[in-house]
Design a protein around this ligand. Structure first.
Ligand code: ARG
Length: 467
């Protein structure tokens, strides 16, 4: 055996060279190069653990930690790393090669008592943990933008929809706060995922546990994990933390795409509820008059990728025998793609949201025509003692009368209403104004003006208390 470092981390038992096509095809370095910060952090933690076990002297530990820091500092993370380092099979191999350049053969002691199977599991947990933190920070910014927009909208109204048919007037702020509620659930899902995944696989070895009596708490605590994972077979093959992360992102993507779809609809000439901000819209090369909602369309489209990532991971894990299998390497790219996709979406959404300008006049007209006060009218009758079922029928007849004569409920005089029910009186008209229609929903979570003001205030408090 030569004294040179073998080109593979596992070549000892092999006599034949690897098929060239297979070799380049099976490499993960073209995508896992981006795990260098995590690989270095995990290697530093492992170095401390093996030093505590007597494998490294204190001096060797110092040299190794400094060498690892230099590897990170002197490497620019870029996809070209893979072509520049064709020998590097994966991020673990690459780091070892670079560390050897920095500190010589001492680098080869780092792999004592560890396996790439626990390393990749650890690196990915660290990556996911960071991505969760970035995503939550981005979501908070978007929630803040929605809250600011809701504050600016004051008591401006819009129609709400069920079946995409106009239903009842609501405050614009109430509608915007619906998305804040979704974001809060998304943050809570991501926080749950973070908590569940925040355990350290280091010390699990290839499958059965490290071959050294390592104190696993050293690495776990150095890396900010809650504790070491409890079972080595699970730890080396578990990818639930990636699944939790991408599933939370896919749900988040569903929410963002609903927002994107509503904005897209509202910006049509048919709705005319808002003018798209020019800074976030594009023109048509063919039709000079067009201003297209590319941002919201792309958001809608990109949420499909988030869902795709979660699906890929589920299918990957299904039926996989314990413990590590190379299939698991395929789980990295969907996670990277999902993390990049959500980061991109959240890099534009808060600013876009802040730039939205509602056409409050048009929204008000849409909210005050088309009998959106019919439920308030039926409530008026039921407050007068008419059973609601009957009140519903009577107002239905009044609506029919209005439809046939081109009038809103408030345009129909008492002389025509009273034959439908003697309960109609002069105060009817005050009870079906848009303000009264809003305020009759005076329940927690309803669109009554004071309830929305309270909801807005408490959303602000929740957001700042988390910040
Ligand atoms: N690149 C590999 C992966 O992502 C690292 C683990 C390799 N382990 C092994 N036994 N081949 O899964």
């Amino acid at each position: 055996m030569s004294n040179e470092q073998p080109t593979k981390m596992w070549s000892g038992r092999f006599r034949e060279p690897l098929n060239q096509q297979f070799e380049s095809w099976q490499r993960s370095f073209p995508f896992d190069y981006r795990l260098l910060p995590q690989e270095v952090a995990a290697s530093r933690a492992h170095a401390r653990a093996i030093a505590a076990a007597g494998i490294l002297t204190p001096q060797e530990l110092t040299t190794m930690l400094a060498g690892l820091d230099r590897v990170l500092a002197e490497t620019t993370l870029h996809p070209s790393l893979a072509t520049e380092n064709p020998n590097a099979e994966d991020i673990h191999h690459f780091t070892e090669l670079l560390l050897t350049q920095q500190i010589g053969d001492l680098a080869l002691k780092l792999h004592t008592g560890r396996s790439r199977n626990e390393q990749i599991a650890t690196d990915m947990r660290l990556f996911v943990r960071d991505s969760i933190d970035t995503t939550i920070a981005g979501l908070r910014q978007w929630a803040q933008a929605l809250i600011d927009l809701a504050t600016a909208a004051g008591e401006a109204v819009m129609p709400s929809y069920t079946h995409l048919q106009r239903a009842e007037p609501v405050l614009i702020a109430h509608w915007l706060l619906a998305y804040v509620s979704m974001i809060e659930r998304d943050c809570s899902r991501l926080e749950d995922a973070r908590r569940r995944g925040n355990f350290c696989p280091l010390g699990s070895g290839a499958i059965a546990g490290a071959t050294l009596a390592l104190d696993r708490n050293i690495a776990a605590h150095t890396l900010g994990f809650i504790a070491p994972t409890p079972n080595s077979m699970d730890a080396t093959s578990d990818r639930d933390f990636m699944l939790d992360f991408t599933q939370a992102l896919s749900t988040l993507g569903l929410h963002i795409s609903r927002f994107a779809e509503e904005i897209t609809l509202h910006a049509t000439a048919e709705f005319g509820f808002l003018d798209l901000p020019e800074a976030f819209s594009t023109g048509s090369s063919a039709m000079p008059q067009k201003k297209n909602p590319d941002l919201t369309e792309l958001i809608r489209g990109k949420s499909a990728r988030l869902l795709g990532a979660a699906t890929t991971l589920s299918v990957l894990i299904k039926g996989l025998p314990l413990a590590y299998n190379k299939d698991l390497q395929e789980g990295q790219e969907p996670v990277f793609d999902a993390a990049d996709t959500i980061a991109g979406m959240l890099s534009v959404l808060p600013q876009f949201t802040r730039a939205l300008k509602f056409r409050e006049d048009r929204m008000r007209i849409a909210a005050t025509t088309g009998y959106l006060n019919a439920m308030a009218a039926a409530t008026y009758l039921s407050n007068k003692g008419v059973p609601f079922r009957k009140a519903h029928e009577i107002i239905g007849n009044a609506v029919r009368l209005g439809l046939e004569s081109g009038r809103e409920l408030n345009d129909i005089p008492l002389t025509e209403l009273q034959p439908l029910s003697p309960a109609f009186a002069e105060d009817f008209y005050a009870s079906i104004t848009v303000e009264a229609t809003l305020d009759c929903h005076d329940v927690l979570g309803g669109t009554a003006r004071r309830r929305v003001a309270e909801a807005l205030a408490s959303a602000k408090v929740r957001l700042t208390s988390h910040g």
